[in-house]
Write a protein that binds this ligand. Structure first.
Ligand SMILES: [Zn+2]
Length: 252
């Protein structure tokens, strides 16, 4: 079975031309799990696969990662074949924030009669979750208030950090098995995001050589990151992943 990480967007919040950072885990060329749903993500997903996502994971509740969730509600609710079936995985600690920013608008439909979450199959998680027969680990990252952002990992296959400052403590646990490491990285770091100097300083070569950097500020910044010796994800690119190691449940 072939596994790929398909980057629908690779940009920082202001880098509209690169698309909002989001990616799809593909198995044998078929979409398995969408990571994040920004303002342009659904259009990019529909263009790539011809249908809305059947499963998604949300890393955190900044608008460039959840602004597509209202549209997705309408798309799913008004299609009886899809209504209530799309799995939405997120860390349980994020639920109040997603509720407040997206789901709590009064009268999700003007005509009434439906609650936001009835369009989805919501699956809150903490350590991780099962999806498509494999176990995905979820881990805390460093992005704004503690406990409001979580990365995703599939043992032996990939780590996707989501927006974050460097998280060497997480990669020591979830990125030490040969995984491809998709890491937030712009040209210059800030209190919210990783910069290339941070990557140089915080990670050993064994991690850096497996990194694919995304969430950067412009095409020019991407070229500059490459000039520093890093692999940089392009919008629309499919990055081949190693197959996952035998399924585990995060207990050991
Ligand atoms: Zn963010």
């Amino acid at each position: 079975m072939n596994w790929h990480l398909h980057f629908l967007g690779t940009g920082a919040a202001h880098a509209v031309e690169l698309g909002s950072s989001a990616a799809v885990i593909e198995r044998d060329g078929r979409p398995s799990l969408l990571i994040d749903c920004g303002p342009d993500t659904l259009d990019r997903y529909q263009a790539a696969y011809g249908e809305p996502p059947r499963a998604l994971y949300i890393t955190h509740i900044h608008m460039d990662h959840v602004a597509g969730m209202e549209r997705l509600f309408f798309r799913l609710w008004f299609d009886e074949a899809l209504r209530g079936k799309t799995r939405l995985y997120l860390h349980a600690a994020l639920l109040p924030w997603l509720q407040g920013r997206v789901a709590d608008y009064p009268g999700v439909l003007a005509e009434g009669g439906v609650n936001y979450w009835e369009a989805f199959h919501l699956i809150p998680c903490s350590r991780g979750f099962w999806h498509d027969g494999v176990w995905f680990d979820v881990f805390p990252t460093r992005h704004h208030v503690q406990g409001t952002s979580y990365g995703l990992a599939l043992g032996g296959s990939f780590v996707f950090t989501g927006d974050t400052r460097p998280v060497p403590e997480a990669l020591a646990l979830f990125g030490a098995g040969g995984e491809v490491i998709a890491h937030d990285c712009g040209l210059v770091g800030n209190p919210s995001h990783t910069g290339v100097d941070d990557v140089d300083r915080e990670y050993g070569a064994a991690f850096r050589q497996r990194m694919v950097l995304y969430h950067y500020g412009s095409h020019a910044d991407g070229l500059a990151l490459e000039a520093r010796g890093y692999r940089v994800a392009r919008t629309g690119e499919r990055v081949a992943l190693p197959p996952p190691s035998p399924t585990r449940d995060g207990a050991g």
